[in-house]
Design a protein around this ligand. Structure first.
Ligand code: F6R
Ligand code: MG
Ligand code: MG
Length: 365
């Protein structure tokens, strides 16, 4: 059975500040999704949250980039925004950067990760969702999952993975994309994706079968809006087992709390802390950045789950290391490398400060 899995998310109001989603907004999302399922547009759905972001996980047979599905998500966010406004939530409708829907939510504020595939007899899926960080946060984990044998022993042992995976990388500043084949081209691949503020892994495929393995959201809100409007808070779908890495291989990279962009005012580097869905409540200095993992088994498009994959003791050390790293990074206060480099601050305070100081700069002797 050919099925499309779409994960579309938006921050439409925070409770309190930017720290969490309100249960009434989630309930409104549930209501809209239930109606679409009843009407036959959706096969199934699950609504959840990561911090202040509402997450719509949908299965259907409309294919990727479907105007109907995107409109459903957009309308759900609009209705949720009404609830958020009534409750006086913070930044109600924050990520809806356009006043009217025009066929596709890409470029309008919400984040989108989608994949269409022929469902296997048993289809384990992990959906990663992050808050207080940007889309490039998936680069290192995706590299480790699909190209690093020190993370994924299946690349060495399993016949159906031994040919490796191909990576579609987007240059989000130049609006271009390129495909790299791992393991042959990993050095070239790393030159680019090691710079995650510009180059982002959009999707990954098994080279032998051509099957889609992973898809992520890569939009940069700041580039859409031309100013700082909150971080992208990206999502990523990963298929698992069989010709894809095992569930444990997919989760393993998050045992290292890598430093990512985001955190307070989207202007800092901080550790990406793997947490349970309940603990995705970034509160300390609006962070540290969080990632959750919702696991599902798909059967005829029906989502069995979620299992809250990081709600597990084996990630306690990663959380502790993340908290220690958070203390260490915070010690730098307003100094780089805790604060983002100047180039990245260009969407926030830099231009105003430079404009104000313009006339006071004099030439060096
Ligand atoms: C980061 C984030 C928060 C806000 C901060 C200021 O992605 O959402 O750290 O940037 O709380 O928010 P405003 O400007 O809305 O007062
Ligand atoms: Mg917010
Ligand atoms: Mg958010």
């Amino acid at each position: 059975m050919k099925i499309t899995l779409s994960v579309i998310k938006a921050d439409i109001g925070g409770y309190v500040g930017h720290s969490e989603s309100h249960p009434d907004v989630i309930a409104k999302g549930e209501e809209c999704m239930a109606k679409a399922k009843k009407d036959g547009l959706l096969v199934d759905y699950h609504v959840t949250k990561c911090g202040d972001d509402l997450q719509l996980i949908m299965t259907h047979q409309q294919g990727e980039d479907s105007a109907k599905i995107h409109e459903l998500a957009w309308d759900t966010f609009v209705e949720g925004t009404e609830v958020a406004k009534k409750l006086g939530l913070y930044g109600a409708g924050q990520d809806l950067l356009s006043n009217a829907f025009s066929g596709n939510v890409r470029g309008m504020g919400p984040g989108v990760a989608e994949m269409e595939f022929e469902e296997r007899p048993a289809e384990p899926i992990i959906i990663f969702m992050a808050d207080k960080t940007s889309s490039g946060a998936w680069n290192m984990p995706l590299y480790k999952i699909f190209a690093d044998p020190f993370n994924t022993i299946g690349l060495v042992i399993a016949d159906n993975m031994h040919q490796g995976f191909s990576f579609e990388v987007q240059d989000i500043k130049k609006n271009k994309k390129i495909i790299f084949h791992a393991p042959d081209e990993i050095y070239d691949l790393l030159v680019l994706i090691g710079a995650p503020s510009r180059f982002m892994v959009k999707s990954v495929r098994n080279r032998a079968s051509g099957e889609i393995a992973a898809a992520s959201s890569t939009q940069r809100l700041a580039l859409i809006a031309g100013r700082y409007v909150g971080k992208d808070d990206p999502v990523c779908i990963v298929r698992s087992q069989g010709q894809f890495p095992a569930v444990g291989e997919v989760l393993e990279p998050f045992s290292f709390p890598l430093l990512v962009e985001g955190w307070m005012r989207g202007s800092h580097h901080g550790p990406l802390m793997p947490v349970s869905i309940k603990d995705s409540t970034p509160s300390r200095f609006d962070g540290p950045p969080r990632v959750i993992a919702a696991g599902f088994q798909l059967i005829n498009g029906k989502l069995t789950g979620p299992r809250d994959m990081f709600d597990d003791k084996s990630f306690d050390n990663a959380r502790q290391r993340a908290l220690d790293a958070a203390d260490y990074m915070r010690g730098h206060g307003p100094f780089e490398p805790h604060r983002l480099p100047l180039e990245e601050m260009e969407y926030t305070t830099m231009p105003q400060v430079m404009e104000k100081l313009e006339g006071r700069f004099v030439d060096l002797d």
